[in-house]
Ligand binder design. Structure first.
Ligand code: SF4
Length: 224
């Protein structure tokens, strides 16, 4: 059996509960999902939520955010870190959405990635969780698990995303992001992977030899 298929079959079989959409990926509108994704760079989920909730309580549309001072936006989103640059990008994003998209969020990868501050990871998260497309978004947890499992040799998140897109069987694409994400968070952890408890151990070239992976601030993906 194709190794990617074997990995996905085991992860799907081992999933304790039905795969559901969680966290910042469930926002009230496409715009709020996009903003939450922008805020999530280099930030823990809980801090991203605090920042997003504070921002949306003050302003929840592109026009309303654009009406705020950049310093005020930075103050509201302070919990998620990098708040000055994120506030700047947020203003540019809102201006772009209003000027070029009538205030609506594009629904294709090219359009999303052309927006200020939005890279492939956020574009793919939007495609999967807002527009329901079978797209595998690669964040730091998916990147780490895919690399250790030998599903990709790529050194960037975008490269891993391209490899997974090409090799994961169609029937697993809808759930692959969440399956790999949960596996990376709970089992294939950065510093201490739980290989002894891993249902993939006999398939994994890194079993019991995986080195810790650190998050590189510049790229937002793990290295190592
Ligand atoms: S065997 Fe270890 S390194 Fe491989 S996927 Fe499982 S936890 Fe990660």
């Amino acid at each position: 059996m194709n190794p990617v298929t074997a990995v996905m079959e085991r992860l799907a079989a081992a999933a304790r509960t039905p795969v559901t959409d969680v966290g910042v990926k469930r926002r009230r509108s496409a715009f709020q999902s996009l903003v939450a994704c922008l805020l999530s760079a280099q930030s823990r989920d809980a801090n991203t939520k605090k920042a997003a909730d504070a921002l949306f309580a003050a302003a929840a549309t592109p026009a309303a955010i654009l009406a705020l001072d950049e310093a005020r936006i930075a103050e509201l989103i302070r919990p998620c870190g990098l708040y000055n640059s994120k506030a700047r990008n947020l203003k540019r994003l809102c201006r772009d959405l209003l000027d070029r998209h009538g205030g609506e969020v594009p629904s294709d990868r090219e359009g999303l990635m052309a927006l200020p501050g939005i890279g492939r990871k956020c574009a793919d998260i939007m495609l999967r969780f807002v527009y329901g497309e079978p797209v595998i978004a690669v964040d730091t947890h998916v990147f780490r698990a895919a690399r250790r499992l030998g599903l990709s040799q790529a050194s960037t998140a975008d490269g891993v995303a391209r490899d997974l897109e090409a090799t994961v069987p169609a029937r697993f694409k809808h759930d692959a992001h969440l399956l790999l994400l949960e596996h990376g968070k709970r089992i294939c952890r950065s510093r201490q992977p739980r290989c002894d408890a891993c249902v993939l151990a006999e398939l994994c070239p890194s079993a019991r030899t995986a080195a810790p992976m650190r998050v590189a601030r510049a790229s937002g993906v793990s290295q190592g």
